[in-house]
Design a protein around this ligand. Structure first.
Ligand code: AMP
Length: 506
């Protein structure tokens, strides 16, 4: 197993280290029944359709059950949620009771997530896993009325999943007490730091009992993350699984080079030629996403854009339509798409190569999740050579250069795109910050609230209602890839399950 004592693990924020072969092979031998989980949990797992633990689960569950702190290198899509929530539930079963008294149900486990949509996903999983136990769980996040959350917290809850800002709101209003927390999970710790949650995290940690078990998960390991880990983890066990940086095997990747002004035509051509349904097309900018969606619509496609400038109503309508299969193409910025559990998508398209190579990995992770295969198609032009090189360096792989068969650039697309470039040039500062850095913040709007509050402490907070992001993604029935639209000259499908299984290559 790829278990090492912290800090011996060799990870950096840019280097991608794969799990050893032994770890990758482990899940084939390990079964959930090997962990000694309660029959009530096992029943829930059977209902979820889980047969074998994923690598992170195989490694983390026994360690967490021993009461050890864990530093986990894994990102969404690896099964990490169950890797911490199953042993937490098992350990908390010792305290489970069916008393009606809230005092008998203090908060014993706290899971912190950077975004509300991740909080909702984690909470949904936890609820499913403890469905047959008397344990109670709830989720609290910003951007919506505090009253229902307050009522839930006051009724007594053992497992709370929360975004940091809203949790502190509840602390300030004395609607939650953290004095009996035995287990703390920091999920997507790197994103939390990116989003400026460090002061909130520190405040929360100060409210917890000193004697507790700590679990921290992060996809990347910058010096700041290591510092945070060192400051609050106690002799942790480090667990690393193959990240989706290593999942190229299950996602068929191809890049098509076209002239800058023909990118939109190329996307339209690909979507039409492959008759793609339920596709996400990524754009680096909000304005680019809007223009592309509008252009695709003009080309007769059912497309819409989602990004931070869209109103709540527009976002809700877009997601609903996508879920129902009324919209085939969702043009999204990285931030708008982040955190949504969009499994089963047959294909993602990069209209722009991302400025940050890691975003490429997140994007292609939208397809081919949970053992399914998928296609990741990218369009690039001369000026993007550098971005492509960065991506290939990160994934340690040369992406296949494809030929767009039957592509005859049309008359549309060019003008809009030039217009966009002019607009971009005008906002070079935004562009250089990138969406990760400031042009568009995380959907929860927690950062804005933190800024408005200032670093020093409590004060009135402006809530930004954003229910669109609260809805977990449910793929529509029409999400299956079209059999009639194979990749032109596609290479043989590579082996499945690198993401969940990190299986050795054949
Ligand atoms: P996560 O990385 O926790 O977001 O999980 C990614 C997806 O994998 C979720 O849809 C989970 O329901 C699913 N999943 C987690 N563990 C397993 C498992 N052992 N077998 C099959 N699917 C799983």
């Amino acid at each position: 197993m790829a278990i090492a004592e912290w800090p011996t693990m060799n990870m950096s924020d840019t280097e991608i280290t794969l799990a050893p072969e032994g770890a990758a092979a482990a899940p084939a031998q390990v079964r959930f029944s090997d962990f000694g989980l309660s029959p009530d949990i096992q029943r829930a797992l059977t209902e979820q359709g889980y047969t074998h633990p994923t690598p992170i689960q195989a490694q983390a569950i026994p360690v967490v059950l021993q009461g050890r702190d864990v530093m986990g290198a894994a990102q969404t899509g690896t099964g990490k949620t169950a890797s911490f929530s199953l042993p937490i539930i098992q350990l908390l079963l010792a305290h489970a009771n069916s008393s009606m008294s809230p005092a008998r149900h203090p908060v014993r486990a706290l899971v912190l997530t950077p975004t509300r949509e991740l909080a909702v996903q984690v909470a949904d999983n936890v609820k499913a896993y403890c469905k047959h136990t008397p344990l109670r769980s709830t989720v609290v996040f910003g951007g919506m009325d505090m009253k229902p959350q307050t009522a839930a917290l006051r009724s007594g809850i053992e497992i709370v999943i929360a975004t940091p800002g809203r949790l502190l709101d509840h602390v300030e209003q004395k609607t939650v007490s953290l004095g009996q927390v035995q287990m703390l999970v920091m999920d997507e710790a790197d994103r939390m730091l990116d989003m400026g949650f460090l002061p909130d995290l520190q405040r929360i940690i100060n409210l917890l009992p000193k004697a507790r078990q700590n679990l921290m998960f992060s996809a990347t390991f910058s010096p700041e993350i290591k510092k945070l880990a060192n400051s609050f983890l106690n002799n942790p066990v480090s667990i690393e699984v193959a990240r989706s940086n290593a999942t190229a095997d299950k996602v068929t990747q191809v890049v098509y080079k076209v002239a800058e002004e023909h990118k939109r035509d190329a996307v339209a051509h690909i979507l039409r030629q492959r008759e793609l349904k339920q596709v996400i097309v990524f754009s680096n900018t909000k304005i680019g996403a809007s223009r592309l969606a509008r252009g695709l619509e003009q080309d007769g496609m059912k497309a819409t854009a989602i990004h931070g400038d869209k109103s709540q109503q527009e976002r809700m309508a877009a997601l609903d339509a996508f879920k129902k299969g009324e919209i085939d193409v969702l043009v999204a910025t990285d931030v708008a798409a982040r955190g949504l559990d969009i499994s089963d998508l047959p294909c993602v398209v990069n209209y722009d190569l991302p400025y940050n190579a890691e975003d490429y990995v997140h994007r292609i992770g939208r397809t081919g999740r949970a053992g399914a295969s998928g296609d990741a198609i990218s369009i690039y032009s001369d000026k993007d050579e550098r971005l492509l090189a960065d991506i290939e360096k990160l994934i340690k792989q040369t992406i296949r250069r494809g030929e767009l068969q039957g592509f005859a650039p049309g008359s549309h697309g060019g003008d809009e795109r030039h217009g966009e470039r002019r607009a971009r040039r005008g906002s070079e500062a935004d562009r250089s910050r990138g969406e990760r850095g400031g042009a568009e913040r995380a959907p929860g709007g927690e950062r804005e609230r933190e800024r408005s509050r200032g670093p020093a402490g409590p004060g009135p907070r402006r809530e930004k209602v954003d229910p669109w992001f609260l809805k977990p993604y449910e793929p529509s029935r029409s999400a299956a890839p079209t059999a009639s639209a194979p990749l032109p000259a596609a290479k043989p499908k590579a082996k499945l399950a690198a993401l969940l299984g990190g299986l050795p290559k054949a």
